[in-house]
Design a protein around this ligand. Structure first.
Ligand SMILES: [Fe+2]
Ligand SMILES: [Fe+2]
Ligand SMILES: [Fe+2]
Length: 325
C-alpha cells in the first residue's frame, strides 16, 4: 500500500511497465497469427512503438529512483502466453486475436490517461508528457485494429464452408453471451469498489443494460436453434477472456475499476462488431440489427466510463488519504 502520492505514482509506473512487457510478447507473436498481411503489418509497426514505450516508462521509473518489478513483469508475461494460447485454440484465431488486441490497446490507453492525472497531482510534469505522447500511439493502434475488423472476419471465415456459417454464427452468439456474463460480474463490483459515486452510478446503469443484452443474445441463439450444450461451455469459453494483468482480476480501486471496465467495454465492442459481420455473411438480418443496437450502447458505456477517470483517480487518492502536494 503506497503511503505517499509519490509512491502511488511510482507504483502506477511499475504496473504500466508490466503491461508493456506483456504487450511486447503479444506484438511479437501476433503477426504470425493475424492471418492477413495488413493486420500483420499493423502489429509489427506497434511492436516498434511498444519497445519505445517500455524504454520510456523504464526511464521514468529510473528518474524517480525506482526500477521495474521483476515479479509483476513475470506475471504479465505469463498472461501474454495465456492470450496467445487462447487465440490459437479458437477456430477463428484472427478474429479473437484482433478483438483481444483491441481491448488491450484500450486498456493501455486507460492506463496512460489515468497516469498523467496521478502524475499531475504529484507534480511530475515529465511523466505527464511521456504519458500523453504514449497515449496517442495506443489510441492510433486501437484505431488501426478497428479499421481491420473486416479483414479479421474475412481471415477467420476464409476456411469456413458456406454450410458451416450458421454454426459459426451460433458460436459468435455464444461468445457474446459469455462476455456479457463477465461484464455483469465486473459491473457488480461497482458499489463495493466505487461506493456512492458517479462511477458507481454509471456501472449500475450499465449492469441493467448488460442483463438486457445477454437476454437478447440468448433469445437469438435459441431462435436460431443453437444447441443447448453450447450453454454448458459458456463459462469455460469465457475463461479465455482476459484483458490483462494490469488492473488485476479484482480491480480494488475506483481508478482501476474504471480503467478495467473501459477496456472490457472495448472487448464487447469488438465482439459485437465481429458478430455483426458474421451475421451479415450468414444473411441473418435480425442478428445484424441486434448487434448494431448493442454495439452503440457499449460505445456509449465506454465513453461514460472514460468521463469518470478524473473523479475515479481523486476518489482513489482520497480513499488512501494521499493528497496532492
Ligand atoms: Fe504500449
Ligand atoms: Fe499498445
Ligand atoms: Fe457492456
Amino acid at each position: 500500500m503506497p503511503d505517499t502520492i509519490d509512491e502511488q505514482l511510482t507504483k502506477h509506473l511499475t504496473d504500466i511497465h508490466s503491461i508493456e512487457e506483456q504487450a511486447l510478447l503479444q506484438m511479437k507473436v501476433a503477426p504470425r497469427l493475424a492471418g492477413d498481411p495488413e493486420l500483420a503489418r499493423a502489429f509489427r509497426l506497434h511492436l516498434a512503438e511498444t519497445e519505445s514505450h517500455e524504454e520510456r516508462v523504464r526511464a521514468r521509473l529510473k528518474a524517480r529512483g525506482a526500477e521495474p518489478s521483476r515479479t509483476k513483469d513475470l506475471v504479465a508475461q505469463a498472461g501474454a502466453v495465456g492470450m496467445v494460447v487462447f487465440a490459437r485454440s479458437q477456430p477463428d484465431t484472427p478474429g479473437k486475436l484482433v478483438s483481444h488486441a483491441y481491448s488491450y490497446e484500450n486498456m493501455e490507453l486507460a492506463a496512460y490517461e489515468l497516469l498523467p492525472l496521478v502524475a499531475e497531482r504529484a507534480g511530475d510534469t515529465e511523466t505527464v508528457a511521456v504519458a500523453r505522447s504514449i497515449a496517442e500511439q495506443e489510441s492510433a493502434m486501437a484505431r488501426r485494429l478497428e479499421d481491420g475488423f473486416d479483414r479479421a472476419v474475412d481471415a477467420s471465415l476464409r476456411d469456413v464452408a458456406p454450410d458451416d456459417l450458421d454454426e459459426q454464427l451460433n458460436r459468435y452468439l455464444a461468445d457474446a453471451h459469455a462476455i456479457e456474463n463477465q461484464a455483469i460480474q465486473l459491473t457488480e463490483l461497482g458499489p463495493k469498489v466505487a461506493g456512492e459515486s458517479n462511477l458507481a452510478r454509471v456501472l449500475a446503469q450499465h449492469l441493467e443494460v448488460s442483463r438486457h443484452h445477454q437476454e437478447r443474445v440468448r433469445n437469438r441463439l435459441k431462435a436460431r436453434g443453437g444447441r443447448p450444450s453450447r450453454f454448458k461451455n459458456l463459462a469455460l469459453r469465457g475463461a479465455g477472456v482476459n484483458v490483462g494483468g494490469f488492473f488485476g482480476a479484482q480491480p480494488d480501486t475506483p481508478a482501476k475499476l474504471a480503467g478495467f471496465a473501459f477496456a472490457f467495454e472495448h472487448l464487447e465492442i469488438a465482439a459485437y462488431e465481429h458478430l455483426r459481420r458474421v451475421a451479415e455473411s450468414a444473411g441473418d438480418t435480425e442478428t445484424v440489427g441486434m448487434a448494431r443496437q448493442i454495439v452503440t450502447e457499449e460505445r456509449a458505456a465506454a465513453e461514460a466510463l472514460r468521463g469518470q477517470f478524473e473523479a475515479a483517480v481523486d476518489a482513489t487518492l482520497e480513499k488512501r488519504e494521499l493528497t496532492a502536494r
